[in-house]
Design a protein around this ligand. Sequence first.
Ligand code: PSV
Ligand code: MN
Ligand code: MN
Length: 408
Amino acid sequence: MSYNDRAYALFEERQNERGIRLDEVKAKLKALKVETPSWGYGDSGTRFKVFKQAGVPRNAFEKFEDAAQVHKLTGICPSVAIHIPWDKVDDYSKLQQHAAELGVSIGAVNPNLFQEDEYIFGSVTNSDPAIRRKATDHLLECVDIAKTVGSRDLSLWFADGSNYPGQVDIRKRKAWMLEALTEMYRALDPNMRMLIEYKFFEPAFYHTDLADWGMSFNMANKLGPQAQVLVDTGHHAQGTNVEHIVAYLLDEQKLGGFHFNSRKYADDDLIVGAHNPYELFLIFYQILDAAADADAGVRATADQIAYMIDQSHAIELKIPAMLRSVLNVQTQYAKALLINFDEVRDAQEKQDVLAAEQAVREAYEQDVTPLLLALREEMGVPADPMKAYLQSDYGSGILARGKGGASW
Ligand code: PSV
Ligand code: MN
Ligand code: MN
C-alpha cells in the first residue's frame, strides 16, 4: 500500500469512528461548484496604482481561457462571472460559444455602475434623473445579456453613497434605489435571480445606499422571491459575525450567493481563507445545517446558493492565486462536511456549551489531505492542482501576451 493509501485508510477509520460516512462526504464534495470572476484574471491594483503583470488576458476571451485552466485543474469551477462593460464584447453568443469550447460557461452577470465619470455622484441613486435613467438602462442591458448567454444570476453591487453629512437626501436615494431595482426585477425571466450585494463603506465614506445585509434584505423583500442577498465576505465591519448573517438569511430564504475573499481590515479582496479560514468553515457549517432543515424552503435555499469568488489582488500571479482561493474553499467545505451534526444537536439540547463547541471545532481540526487526494483521483484531476499548474507550460505560454492586459 502506498503512503497515500495508508493515510486514506486511517482517515476513513477515524471518520467512521466519528460517525461520518465518507461516501456521502465525497458525493457532496463532487457536487461543489465555485464560480471564478473574470476580473480576477485581469490586472488589478490598489487605490494608488494598477500594477501591470506580463501574461494577463487582453480581453474577455482570454480571461475565459485562463479560467478554463482553473476548472481543468480543480474540476469544480465550471462557470465564470462577467462584469459589464469590463467584459464588453460585440457578440455575447460568441463569448458563450468560446466558453463552451473551453469546457466552461458564463456565470453571473455583474453590471458595472462605478466606472464612468458621470457616476461620480452616484448611478441609480443620482439626483439627476438622466443619470438614473442611464444607470437603469445598463441594468436592463445586463438582464438582456444574461438572457442571451443563459445566465441565471445577476450580481448587483452599487458604489452609490456620499462622503459628507448633508451632501445627499438619503431617503430620496432609498426610493430611487428601489425604483431602479423594481424596473430591473420586472425584466427578469421567471428562472432568473437578482443577487443584491452590500458594502459598509468604500468608495463612499459617509453613507452607502446599500450599506449592510439588512438594507439588501429589505430591498429583496420588497422586490419578491427572485431577489436575494449576496454576501461578500469582505464587506463587513471588523468583528461582524458573518456566519450569523448567513444563518439568518438562510432561515428567511433570502441567501442567494457569496462573493468569497479574505480580509484583514476592509474590502481587501485577498485570497480566500488566507486570514480567516475558520470563518469560512463556520459559514459552511451554517449552510450544511440549513441544508438539513425540516423546512423544504430553507433546504432549497441552501441548495441554490451561488458560490462565487471575488478575489483580485495585485501582488500575486493571477491563475495560481485563483487556484489557491478555490482550493481553500474546497478544503473548508470538506472540513465542514466532517461535522457530526447529531453530536452538535445533542450537546445543544443538553446545553453543554463545551461539548457543542468541541463537536464543531473537532471537524475543523481534521486533516482532510487524504480525503482531497482520493477525491481528486476519483474526479480525474491532479492530486495537487497548484503544483500541476506551476509545472505546466501554461504560465510561460501566456507571457507571449505581453504586459498591458485588461485591468479588473
Ligand atoms: C465591490 O467591492 C465588489 O465586491 C463588487 O462585487 C464588485 O462587482 C466587485 O467587487 C468587483 O469590483
Ligand atoms: Mn463582491
Ligand atoms: Mn468587494
